[in-house]
Design a protein around this ligand. Structure first.
Ligand code: IMP
Ligand code: MG
Length: 174
């Protein structure tokens, strides 16, 4: 796979405009709350950094490192925590920030794991959602874009751990 194999699916301006809207909506919803943004590594690092700057409310920022076993482009549902949160979330208003919800298996695991840590509230914000591939339904509170069933790359999303730094959301033309 080469960078030139990528076709733009969502360009930089569209991503920025949508994140500004999400930021405004989340800022309204969390005006009187104790927001703890929780980015899922590695895929969400670029989205989280843009979203955080679109917020007008105070928040803390923490990361949870997750990896699915293997290098396949489909989720096995077997998730490993590679790096845990640096602070407790008990009593906090936690917003999970994810790059993409595909089968939903990763998010189901996360919601179960984080619920045991007793946050006051727990919501989900994902940049992308691929409903065609849903295996388990999870409630998504904020969605950037709903996309068709294509493997997407860039803006944090990887192909074999590469191309996360592509500044737009692309897909492979074959
Ligand atoms: P799920 O458990 O199937 O919902 O998959 C979630 C994870 O799989 C995401 O956090 C991504 O790391 C990865 N993933 C799913 N679809 C894509 C894609 O189209 N491009 C890149 N990574 C993806
Ligand atoms: Mg991910």
């Amino acid at each position: 796979m080469k960078r030139s194999d990528l076709e733009v699916l969502i360009d930089q301006q569209s991503v920025a405009a949508r994140i500004a809207e999400l930021g405004a909506e989340i800022s309204r919803d969390y005006a009187d709350k104790d927001l703890a943004l929780l980015g899922i590594l590695k895929g969400s690092f670029i989205f989280l950094s843009d979203l955080a700057r679109a917020l007008t409310v105070e928040c803390t920022i923490d990361f949870l490192g997750l990896s699915s076993y293997g290098h396949s482009t489909t989720s096995s549902g077997v998730v490993q925590i590679t790096s845990d949160l640096s602070a407790p979330i008990e009593g906090r208003d936690v917003l999970i920030v994810e790059d993409i919800i595909d089968t939903g298996l990763t998010m189901r695991y996360l919601l179960e794991n984080l619920t045991t840590r007793k946050p006051r509230s727990l919501k989900v914000c994902t940049l992308l959602h691929k409903p065609a591939r849903t295996k388990v339904e999870v409630a998504i509170d904020y969605t950037g874009f709903t996309i068709e069933d294509k493997f997407v790359i860039g803006y944090g999303l990887d192909y074999e751990d590469r191309f996360r730094n592509i500044p737009f959301i692309g897909h492979k033309v074959s």
